[in-house]
Ligand binder design. Sequence first.
Ligand SMILES: [Fe+2]
Length: 271
Amino acid sequence: VLIAHITDLHIHSPGALTFGVAPMASNLMACIDHINNVSPKPDLVLVTGDITNTGSIEETKHAAHLLSSLQIPYYVIPGNHDDQKALRTIFDYKHCPSECDKKINYVVELEEFRLIALDSSVAGSPGGEITKEQSQWLDKKLKENISKHTLIFMHHPPINCGVIETDIDGFEGADLLAEIISKYNHIEKILCGHIHLAINSRWCGTVISSAPSMGLHLLLDLTLKRESQFFLDSPTYQLHYLTQKGDLVTHTVPVKSSYDTYLFEENDPKV
Ligand SMILES: [Fe+2]
């Protein structure tokens, strides 16, 4: 299994730059081109929220149009910048096969893995949320098959990461989620986005991992005192690769238009 993971696309309306400076549509297209051509070909792509910048129908349509260039199946969940109703309306059911009314939760069955989508967005708030109803649904889904490795994907990491986006904005129901996660030992990882940084942390017997964004990277500041700032760099995604020995290894892949590459030996600077 090879799973591509993209997050925090922050797509604006056509022709506009996100926050006035970030070329998110062209960054996403460069990333999609990379994913379509990487070898071996990923089995699918997970898109873990903040697909749009403001959640408007126009932005959602634009994002769906751009994502339709992917040559492999892809699945979406909302982030705090999205409107979950707009996602349900614009994205085909095959990309957003929600089983629930209030939130976008669903299961994707692969031969070697189960993928469980959890909607951590809450309308009008930058923070995360898992409701009692969702934790019960998750418990039921996890119980259904405890012999198959399972990945959960959601927008918000349910822990404090030392940045405003998690430590100040918070995560309602993190305790409820922790209670369910702790009961099982077949959850390989919880894949997230939201903080525009690549992090990983042990949590409740599994691993929380977040992918960086489509080029709109958070300037790391662990003081929690300064207003959040971002800088622009290569769009970056992750590849979760199941090795032959059964370890799921996460690779972080920056997308550049060209690479200067060198062998691991003395290189002549004059050449
Ligand atoms: Fe974001």
